[in-house]
Design a protein around this ligand. Structure first.
Ligand code: NAD
Length: 380
């Protein structure tokens, strides 16, 4: 293609992108205002995933059986094993998200998911990205607490837009230039902002920090910040601050100011980066859980991956279930079982404080089974 042909082809794809994004906006606007109804039985899906997934998920399931014994016996909660989200099945069927698995997940209210492997190359994409898209899980919520430093943060990362929504749809004129697109929509920003402010209101938080680079990305980040402020006006008791991502990255490691922050509200990419930094400050990504929530469905998972090398080296039994158990705490809280969530969180904190059952992936220390048994003891 010559230069003119490249430009024409790029303009044509840009038109398609705009049309697609505007229909996404229309679908979000239509969905606004739909509310969930109270459930008689909370259906919790259990998805094992790959690598160390089945090991840590079965630990979490065992804990749920103990913690929710009464609710399970009375039919107020059901635990439903969902198969098929394995790399073997996904490769064999050529489906990133096997149809039967997605249908089973959609029958549940929430689900706990083990890590899933994303193959390099090929057509099978990340199961997580596909699940977020299929279930419209627009809020990625990650709590980080470091009590000894007075830190109790909750991050609300927008999960479906920004740099990710058109990540593979950029334009390239080989040898000359490459362009990617970043998208901020009004309904997409309103819903994540509302989720963050509602959380702040319900949990007595007084400060929400909006983190962007609106001085440079004037359209996308500029609108993100402006729309968040519009929503903030509905919450006059909560203070709103605007910060740029560069200085906020420094603030998290600045002990003089870190404890001041409570809730963070961020576009997708900044949220991706800042939440890993925060989890590392807490003691490593293994110590944090993660929630992906939407208006209808919610997925809870560990922050780490499937650690295939641990399985190859025969170290699977030494995988730590702590991150998925922290996600389980978030799931219990999300479905309104707050007292159970608090009990599990307290038992995990107590076990960490005791320090006698440490699981770090090495045979020198405890196994996943040892940890689960000690946790059941701590719950008693
Ligand atoms: P990883 O988190 O799977 O593993 C990195 C290393 O961290 C491991 O080798 C292991 O030493 C350690 N580790 C991870 N979890 C641990 C645990 N619970 N206990 C003890 N040690 C643990 O990261 P990776 O190697 O980059 O990714 C492996 C696969 O996981 C890839 O296919 C990737 O796409 C996928 N992944 C999935 C998710 C998800 O499903 N949410 C998230 C990240 C990565």
């Amino acid at each position: 293609m010559n230069q003119q042909e490249y430009i024409e082809s790029a303009v044509a794809s840009f038109r398609t992108l705009l049309e697609e994004q505007l229909s996404r906006v229309a679908a979000m606007e239509e969905a606004q205002g739909l509310s969930g109804k109270q459930k008689e039985c909370i259906r919790i899906g259990i998805v094992e995933g790959d690598g160390i997934g089945p090991i840590i998920v079965s630990a979490a399931e065992e804990i749920l059986q103990v913690l929710l014994k009464e609710e399970l016996d009375e039919g107020k909660v059901s635990l439903e094993k969902i198969g098929g989200l394995t790399i073997e099945n996904r490769l064999a069927t050529g489906q990133t998200l096997p149809k039967d698995t997605l249908e089973a997940i959609k029958k549940c209210d929430v689900f706990l998911k083990g890590p899933t492997t994303t193959p390099k190359g090929g057509t099978v994409e990340s199961a997580n990205v596909a699940l977020r898209r299929a279930l419209d899980l627009y809020a990625n919520v990650r709590p980080v607490a470091i009590p000894e430093k007075g830190i109790d943060w909750t991050f609300f990362r927008e999960n479906t837009e920004g740099e990710y929504v058109l990540g593979s749809r950029g334009i390239e004129i080989p040898g000359k230039l490459a362009m990617d697109f970043k998208v901020t929509t009004k309904p997409g920003t309103e819903r994540i902002a509302r989720a963050a402010f509602e959380f702040a209101k319900k949990n007595g938080k007084k400060n929400v920090a909006i983190v962007t680079k609106a001085n440079i990305m004037k359209k996308t980040d500029g609108n993100f910040s402006a729309i968040c402020h519009e929503i903030a006006a509905e919450y006059p008791d909560i203070t709103v601050e605007d910060w740029y991502i560069d200085i906020m990255t420094a603030n998290l490691v600045n002990e003089k100011i870190a404890g001041h922050f409570e809730v963070f509200l961020l576009p997708n990419l900044y949220g991706d980066i800042l939440t890993d930094e925060a989890a590392q400050l807490q003691g490593g990504v293994g110590t944090a859980g993660s929630a992906n929530t939407g208006d209808r469905y919610a997925m809870f998972e560990a922050v780490h991956g499937s650690a295939p090398r641990m399985i190859e080296e025969g170290l699977g039994d030494y995988a730590s279930p702590e991150s998925i158990l922290r996600a389980t705490v978030m799931m219990l809280s999300h479905v309104g079982l707050q007292e159970k969530a608090d009990r599990l969180a307290a038992a995990l904190d107590a076990l960490r404080a005791r320090g006698d059952v440490v699981v770090d992936g090495t045979p020198e220390n405890a196994t996943c089974r040892d940890f689960t048994a000690a946790l059941i003891g701590a719950l008693a």
